[in-house]
Design a protein around this ligand. Structure first.
Ligand SMILES: [Zn+2]
Ligand SMILES: [Zn+2]
Ligand SMILES: [Zn+2]
Length: 108
């Protein structure tokens, strides 16, 4: 008799991805963990050591580590995230408000 219990199931079974493609992405909670950081260098140390060049520089907003961006050949900024789980990077220019979260994969 009781075959009309659909509807209750849909709410709980969404996937674990934090990314929503319809514009309703959750706020990036990683921002709450930020304190002021000072960039540790004026260039990407890994590129400088290897004699490579970069397109742009990013600064880790968790620890101040400077590394090259994802549109640079070596992508040391992404490597820093993968090694340290520091998810947030910003532009090196202090006047820039551009910030990127690797976990949420979007600007925050
Ligand atoms: Zn985030
Ligand atoms: Zn680099
Ligand atoms: Zn870091």
């Amino acid at each position: 008799m009781d075959t009309s219990r659909d509807g209750a199931h849909h709410l709980m079974s969404s996937s674990a991805t934090p990314i929503s493609l319809n514009g309703s992405a959750p706020r990036c909670g990683h921002l709450d963990e930020l304190g002021p950081v000072t960039p540790r260098s004026g260039g990407c140390p890994a590129c400088q050591a290897a004699g490579d060049t970069w397109t742009r520089l990013r600064v880790c907003l968790n620890c101040g580590w400077v590394a090259c961006s994802d549109d640079s050949p070596q992508q040391h900024g992404r490597a820093h995230y993968q090694e340290t789980d520091h998810p947030l990077v910003g532009a090196l220019e202090p006047e820039s408000t551009w910030r990127w979260c690797y976990v949420h994969q979007r600007q925050v």
